[in-house]
Design a protein around this ligand. Structure first.
Ligand code: COA
Length: 295
């Protein structure tokens, strides 16, 4: 006989039962979740639980995120953890939890719900609920090619932070999904070494997340440069002029770099694991004229 499953949002006192589901399954670090439960920004209704008696058998976590879309900053529901106990799967638990979460997002007036997925079963789950694929991660290798690019990549300095913040905002009007918070400058003194800025003469026209080669990542990793309104072919050439050996490059299907990398540079683009998906809440989101980007 099937057990009776009840559904509700998180309440104070649920912490241990949630962690008993997630921690042994290595879904999260205990300290991360304890901090979340105690945070003043906790949205209890964004944590949906499925229970059999006192046992938590399913859990989804959603929170608010600001994204640039349709020319303005809009609130979205961001889904980060979805997990159902192995012995309780294929009974519609995740479906129900996700539907309840999206009802909450809709009540909050969010424009959509966004998530990324790495497994085929979760992809099917989200598709059934009404999520659509936004983009898929692609990886390639870009060979070094000395050339005389007018554009120069340089280290980031604290004096650059404001302009990089503004460039990201411009990028977000033509690319999706771009998380953007007008109050928070994403590049700061603690992470600036992971980035490079692109100069045309004295003017900064863009930047990129730029991991140099390391033991873990021997080819380094360059993410699609955030350079609004410039020719992607020229941007790629500037990267080739900067690197001294082949570098890994992370892009997505539908990015402004996808076709130039493939056709102008002859790169072979292989699919990575991550797929970004979005569900519209209310009016359909029209992404047909917007390029895709990496989260
Ligand atoms: C993915 C997961 C959350 C699904 O939970 P669930 O409660 O079993 O899902 P549901 O019963 O609501 O399934 C809904 C649909 O999703 C798809 N689905 C779920 N599990 C699947 C599987 N193992 N293989 C193929 N499709 C699957 C099916 O289309 C299913 O509909 P159906 O049963 O009518 O065929 C669960 O398997 C899990 O916790 N996996 C490990 C963590 C994880 O991958 N989380 C997602 C991170 S993005």
């Amino acid at each position: 006989m099937r057990s009776t499953i009840t559904y509700r949002h998180w309440q104070p006192g649920d912490d241990d039962a949630v962690l008993k589901l997630l921690v042994p399954a290595e879904q999260c670090r205990e300290d991360y979740y304890r901090k979340k439960f105690n945070s003043p920004s906790l949205e209890p209704e964004g944590i949906r639980l499925a229970l059999v008696g006192q046992r938590v058998v399913g859990h989804v976590l959603g929170s608010r995120a600001s994204l640039l879309l349709e020319g303005r900053i809009q609130d979205f529901g961001l889904v980060t953890f979805v997990f159902v106990a192995p012995d309780m799967r294929r009974q519609g638990i995740a479906t129900r939890l996700m539907r309840n979460l999206n009802i909450y997002f809709e009540r909050k007036g969010y424009r959509g719900s966004i998530l990324y997925v790495e497994t085929a079963e979760a992809y099917q789950l989200y598709q059934k609920i009404g999520y659509q694929e936004v983009t898929r991660e692609l990886r390639t290798e870009l060979p070094a090619r000395p050339n005389s690019s007018e554009l120069k990549w340089k280290e980031v300095g604290p004096e650059d932070f404001n302009i990089l913040h503004e460039l990201k905002k411009c990028w977000g009007t033509h690319n999706f999904p771009v998380f953007w918070n007008s109050q928070v400058i994403g590049i700061h003194q603690f992470n600036m070494k992971q980035y490079r800025v692109l100069h045309r003469g004295k003017r900064i026209i863009g930047y990129a997340k730029w991991d140099d080669p390391s033991e873990r990542c021997p080819q380094g990793l360059i993410h699609d440069p955030i350079v609004p309104d410039e020719d992607p072919i020229e941007i790629i050439a500037s990267v080739q002029a900067e690197i001294t050996a082949t570098r890994a490059w992370k892009t997505t299907q539908g990015s402004i770099y996808e076709t130039p990398l493939r056709l102008s540079y002859g790169c072979i683009l292989k699919q990575g694991k991550m797929v970004d998906m979005v569900a519209s809440l209310g009016k359909d989101i029209d992404l047909t004229k917007i390029h895709r980007t990496v989260w």
